[in-house]
Design a protein around this ligand. Structure first.
Ligand code: 13P
Ligand code: SF4
Length: 350
């Protein structure tokens, strides 16, 4: 990265001192992650957001839904800054508040809303988390989805899982012993989700038809291919991958899990990793004694994560030095109150 920009970022961070707390998701670019005070998966970053209550500014190097969650979980005087407001998430955009309300109406019409506990993946807007909190549900991340679902099924007999169908299905089928047939997919673009009331009543798990545009591109063929090319390879994928990919892989877990698995791996071992490319490249660099490769060369970076680059970070930090708060992410008080309930329920999971 440009040495002049690196120097400016360093100077601005030094000038801000303890007044700024920089959080960085594992999918961020190296040029950005070097300035993070804490790096993590989305669960760890949600936990850590409130770790520095005296810092007036939190610069979130990640995507919009993560910055919203940080705003919800931090004190009112703390301001959360997203260096580029266009850093959204295509998966989060696949579930809008109106669509989810419509879905709930359909569940009511089918006579099952009273049995359904809503669970939303962290990768959703604050509006959706607020919806879930209002109905006594919980947020989950890829590192605690099973525990969140266990909790939800102790409250009701069915779950509406938003918005990632793959995380929901993979957790239910591979970790909880559900049959594929226990899950139905609700398509927000079709009347009644494209489902009959009977099908809704039979299902234990109602999956929202959303997916990650990055992880959704890994295929079973890429797993077969790497096994053929690299004898003894261990295939490790993120649970946002499609069911057939996760089933064909050897191990599955969140970004934090993937990092720990590589740390524990013996020298000389071969790993094909199915997650975002910035993280895989960083892992390959950190483990020169292991053969770390990207599961499928046709898949690329998460384009929205990549929007946070060094120029945007420098701009945001220098604005803070100048006494301005650039790109604040602020969730309205009513939404925040309900979303906080669902997030705190997640943080309290055993
Ligand atoms: P985790 O951070 O929970 O592994 O999730 C990955 C992701 O897609 C974040 O956008
Ligand atoms: Fe969203 Fe997928 Fe990018 Fe994560 S990797 S921010 S889920 S599009």
């Amino acid at each position: 990265s440009d040495p002049a920009l690196v120097e400016r970022a360093r100077a601005a961070k030094a000038a801000l001192g303890d007044r700024v707390f920089v959080l960085g998701h594992h999918y961020q670019r190296d040029e950005v992650i070097q300035f993070a005070d804490v790096t993590g998966d989305s669960f760890k970053l949600a936990q850590q957001a409130a770790a520095r209550p005296d810092a007036p500014y939190i610069v979130f190097c990640g995507v919009h839904f993560m910055a919203e969650s940080a705003d919800i979980l931090t004190a009112p005087h703390q301001r959360v800054v997203l260096p580029d407001l266009a850093a959204g998430c295509s998966m989060a955009d696949m579930a809008t508040f109106d669509q989810v309300e419509e879905c709930w109406d359909a569940l009511e019409e089918a006579g099952i809303a009273g049995d359904v506990v809503p669970v939303t993946y962290m990768n959703s807007s604050a509006d959706i988390k607020g919806f879930v909190g209002r109905r006594g549900g919980v947020v989950c991340t890829s590192s605690n989805a099973k525990r969140a679902l266990d909790w939800a099924y102790a409250q009701g007999s069915k779950v509406l899982f938003l918005p990632d169908q793959h995380l929901g299905r993979n957790t239910a089928v591979l970790e909880m012993g559900f049959a594929l047939d226990d899950c139905v997919v609700y398509n927000p673009h079709r009347p009644n989700g494209g489902l009959t009331d009977e099908r809704l009543r039979d299902a234990r798990m109602i999956l929202w038809q959303g997916h990650c545009s990055v992880h959704g591109r890994f295929s079973k063929a890429s797993v077969d291919d790497v096994r053929e090319r690299v004898p003894g390879v261990t295939v490790l994928v993120h649970p946002e991958c499609r069911h057939e990919v996760v089933t064909a892989a050897d191990m599955v877990g969140s970004t934090e899990y993937i990092i720990k698995a590589l740390d524990a791996a013996p020298a000389g071992s071969s790993w094909a990793i199915g997650t975002e490319l910035n993280l895989v490249k960083r892992l390959a660099g950190a483990h020169p004694d292991k053969n770390v490769m990207f599961l499928d060369k046709a898949v690329c970076f998460c384009s929205t994560m990549n929007r946070i680059d060094l120029p945007h970070l420098v701009w945001a930090l220098e604005e803070l030095v100048a006494g301005r708060v650039p790109n604040p992410v602020e969730v309205d008080a009513d939404t925040a109150r309900h979303a906080r309930a669902a997030l705190e329920q997640m943080l309290a999971l055993p």
